[in-house]
Design a protein. Structure first.
Ligand code: PGA
Length: 258
């Protein structure tokens, strides 16, 4: 895993933006895996800036989102459909038909999940997957104990995740308890990962995911088994990493390569 320690959230987001820009330059019809939550908002702002100021085009890009709450309509302000429209899609030139987000209102969830996986394969697989991490070390909604070979399916949210996400809802009781999420097996098939971690409250999860043992109890740790993961952390999130100096030294040697 390549670990980049950025000065702050802003720098983390800009570094992530330049990586997406680089991959898009190499493949204009990039298949991009997207995440929601507060972590990637800065990256999405940067992508919008790159689109508006530098002409970065998403017209041939195909996207797949990691997850969606069950039971929320697309126009519910806390649904991930709404989040993606508001935080990215409405401000770039992506074609709506090229965007994919799990359907939280699906009547036949099993069938939906099977088709979602099929659609990813039909598009040639995900080239670059953007990931955040939960306080419990989850990626997408793969909570501790998730099978490391799981596929897209319904998952029950962990109590800690419900509490974490309650900040977006009026009351904790309003947080949906189940969600459709890509599985760890699905995520691991992406060709490359961009893991973003910021803030002190993520420092412990970051250290366990990056330097701890690979375990289903910290599902992000499975990324250690992936041949191409770039983790970008701000100083606060990196504060419990034991090998920070080495990561910084490595980046000094490699310069600005992305
Ligand atoms: P956050 O969520 O970006 O809102 O912290 C990340 C996650 O739970 O995966």
């Amino acid at each position: 895993m390549r670990v980049i320690v950025a000065k702050d959230y802003d720098e983390m987001s800009k570094r992530a933006g330049s990586i997406v820009k680089d991959r898009l330059a190499k493949k204009p019809n990039l298949v991009l895996g997207l995440a929601t939550g507060s972590t990637p908002v800065g990256l999405y702002k940067e992508l919008i800036r790159l689109h508006k100021e530098e002409g970065l085009s998403f017209k041939d890009v195909v996207t797949f989102n990691l997850d969606e709450y069950c039971g929320l309509s697309h126009d519910h302000p806390q649904s991930y459909h709404y989040f993606m429209k508001e935080n990215l899609f409405k401000d770039i030139d992506i074609k709506p038909e090229n965007t994919h987000i799990p359907e939280g209102l699906s009547k036949n969830v099993e069938e939906f999940c099977r088709k979602y996986e099929e659609e990813i394969k039909k598009c040639g697989g995900i080239d670059l997957q953007v990931l955040g991490i939960g306080g419990d070390g989850h990626i997408a909604f793969n909570e501790p104990g998730s099978s490391l070979s799981s596929r897209t399916r319904v998952k029950t949210l962990d109590e800690g995740t419900i509490k974490d996400n309650a900040r977006f809802f009026e009351r904790e009781e309003d947080v949906p308890k189940i969600a459709i999420t890509m599985g760890i097996g699905t995520i691991m098939e992406a060709k490359e990962h961009l893991l973003l971690i910021n803030g002190k409250n993520k420092a412990e999860a970051a250290a366990k995911a990056i330097e701890g043992p690979i375990t289903s109890q910290i599902t992000a740790s499975v990324l250690q088994n992936h041949p191409k993961t770039i983790a970008i952390l701000d100083e606060e999130a990196a504060s419990l990493l034991e090998r920070s100096d080495y990561y910084k030294f490595t980046e000094e040697q490699s310069g600005e390569i992305s």
